[in-house]
Design a protein around this ligand. Sequence first.
Ligand code: CTP
Ligand code: MG
Length: 230
Amino acid sequence: MYQGKTVDAVLPAAGSGTRFGAGYNKAFVTLGDAPLFVHALRTLCAHPAIDRVFLVMQEKELASLPDLCLYGCDDTVIEFTEGGATRRESVQNAVLRSDADIVLIQDAARPFITFSYIDGCLAALETCRGATVAAPATDTVKIADEKGLVTQTTDRARTWMTQTPQCFDRKTLLRAYDAYDGSYEATDDCMLLEHLGEAIAIVPGSRSNIKVTTPLDLVLAQALLTGKSF
Ligand code: CTP
Ligand code: MG
């Protein structure tokens, strides 16, 4: 509950980890003392504003789930939801089951979510219907055409690398699902609201809030976990 509003978290962990290349879902790769997805899960379970956590998994993987209590997760607040063919569908499956005022979405592949990111997103939702944590771009970002020729360079001072958590007024997100026509791939949930013309607030985050996508990212995550500096 946040300022009288109920809050559900959604943790999509139903991907296949193709780019990671382990041969199984990277959510189950070990990072430090726990499988990758458990790191974000225990932060969500421990946050006082979050009432329930929808853990989105492929049905066939539920059997290989470890005892989440052993990892410090409060399993009374966890509900399992079946994954979909895309990330958007996986998230949507859980959002449709939620009856909360606010949904907070966190990629299972981002282990370094903090209470301050969650608090920042919830606070931003007081003035907008959507909010995302994002890190300021440090590279100069270019848009290229299908031939690989540059067509545009973004203004770096206004370019943000979008991360999670993202949070939304749930009813507005439902409206965005209704309006979605499948003409673009919604690689994050903010895009769906952007197409409705809804304002999305940026909550400044950090480059250390990485997503484990390739094996190199796991090396970085291990170093970040042990506090090693580069
Ligand atoms: N995800 C999901 N359901 C899908 C696809 C992705 O729940 N059908 C989840 C992943 O488990 C991950 C998050 O969405 O926690 C971000 O997706 P990504 O990093 O792309 O993970 P994968 O899709 O597993 O990896 P890849 O794209 O390399 O196959
Ligand atoms: Mg993917």
